[in-house]
Design a protein around this ligand. Structure first.
Ligand SMILES: CC(C)(COP(=O)(O)OP(=O)(O)OC[C@H]1O[C@@H](n2cnc3c(N)ncnc32)[C@H](O)[C@@H]1OP(=O)(O)O)[C@@H](O)C(=O)NCCC(=O)NCCSC(=O)C[C@H](O)C(=O)O
Ligand SMILES: [Mg+2]
Length: 356
């Protein structure tokens, strides 16, 4: 076990000092693209203006014979563009693949100064993060980087879920964790064949009302991912890092995508993956608090004074715990509004109306 005293010491001579706080910048959507796909790559400069995070994907969804092209494409895109406030992330190949070592060596030494976060798939436990942590320090030292790269783990194996707390706290580089429902379903031997989302067979049914067991019994579809998302959120909150829902594979079903994203948002996630341009606005809408919620949160904060005691506002009891929730919403709204005048205006207009 590493001594807590050494946790913030660089893991290689000449590597930058680890961060002590994870930067909390907007990351409502992590937009995936294949840097080796010319059509997608051509859209990247425009898409970068609309998204919080742009992620060059090198892992699954990139064919084995296109891995080198994807890696080279990402290097070229990063060198040719300045994405301003939009973060640039990558998802490298899994640690048991023949490509990951070259992914890390090439990306850190060639474009380490342009990358913010490295997403590591199929993380099984803290040992995987420790491996990446040390290797990144060696490569950062070689590349002369002054800012440490952060690490994001995908929760997509049964062992990863069992070890999620130790993964979240494995390194000061840990930025966040995303749910990977497709690989997780396979690892758990679930009997689904989808990339995220619900399943009509996963349901509860009301009790029978008479002799006929088939009559008048309403069914309610349940959320297959509730347990895992909630567990991931707790592990992340405990370690001061950020939780994300991952992919929603039914690109055409924008309605269910919005529902899945909103469930994650309400449970504490800060963002989700967008796999197709159509999912960008869905994530933006869902992971930006609604103006009416922001107005209510600001009203409660204003009326609660120092935040102690209990008061009635519009017939509802408010106390320390509700004002704390309101601060979460209001602080997120302020952070997002700082870079988005349209959102700022919507929040201010709703607040003006609520406060009278
Ligand atoms: C899902 C797609 C394969 C769909 O692509 P396509 O059939 O080309 O869709 P469209 O014809 O509607 O596309 C219209 C144009 O938009 C471009 N496009 C499409 N997607 C993107 C994108 N993500 N970024 C930028 N541009 C995009 C198309 O090229 C079309 O361009 P044009 O012809 O010039 O008009 C495709 O969207 C796609 O491959 N998306 C990314 C998929 C991906 O990254 N998958 C991996 C993440 S999910 C995962 O790994 C599972 C997870 O790990 C788990 O275990 O749960
Ligand atoms: Mg996966």
């Amino acid at each position: 076990m590493r001594s807590p005293k050494d946790f913030f010491a660089p893991l290689a001579l000449g590597a930058p000092a680890p961060v002590r706080e994870i930067p909390v910048t907007p990351s409502r959507m992590i937009h995936f693209f294949d840097p080796g796909n010319e059509k997608m790559a051509a859209k990247v400069p425009d898409i970068a203006k609309k998204v919080d995070v742009l992620l060059g994907n090198l892992e699954d969804a990139v064919r084995a014979d296109r891995k080198e092209a994807a890696r080279a494409g990402l290097v070229a895109i990063a060198k040719a563009n300045d994405f301003g406030k939009t973060q640039l992330w990558t998802r490298v190949n899994s640690l048991d693949s023949p490509w990951v070592l070259d992914d890390l060596v090439t990306l850190v030494t060639e474009i380490g100064d342009k990358l913010d976060v490295i997403m590591v798939p199929k993380v099984e436990g803290a040992q995987d993060i420790h491996y990446v942590d040390r290797l990144l320090a060696q490569l950062e030292a070689r590349a002369g980087l002054t800012k440490p790269l952060l690490v994001h783990a995908i929760l997509e194996t049964a062992s990863g879920v069992a070890n999620v707390e130790e993964i979240a706290g494995a390194s000061p580089r840990m930025q966040g964790i995303s749910l990977g429902p497709a690989d997780l379903a396979a690892s758990r031997r679930m009997k689904t064949t989808r990339v995220g989302g619900g399943h009509p067979g996963y349901l509860v049914r009301t009790d029978p009302t008479g002799e006929d067991l088939t009559e008048g019994r309403t069914t309610y579809q349940q959320d297959l991912w509730h347990y895992t998302v909630a567990r991931m959120v707790d592990a992340c909150a405990m370690h001061g890092i950020l939780p994300y829902y991952g992919p929603f594979g039914d690109i055409r079903d924008v309605v269910a995508c919005e529902d899945q994203f909103r469930n994650a948002f309400l449970l504490g996630c800060v963002g989700a993956w967008s796999l197709h341009p159509v999912q960008i606005d869905i994530a933006k809408k869902v992971f930006s608090p609604a103006p009416s919620d922001v107005a209510w949160a600001r009203k409660v904060i204003a009326e609660m004074g120092d935040g102690t005691g209990a008061v009635m506002i519009d017939g509802k009891m408010q106390d320390d715990a509700s004002v704390k929730q309101c601060r979460v919403v209001a602080e997120l709204a302020d952070a997002l509004a700082a870079d988005d005048p349209e959102l700022a205006a919507a929040y201010d207009a709703a607040t003006k109306e609520a406060l009278g």
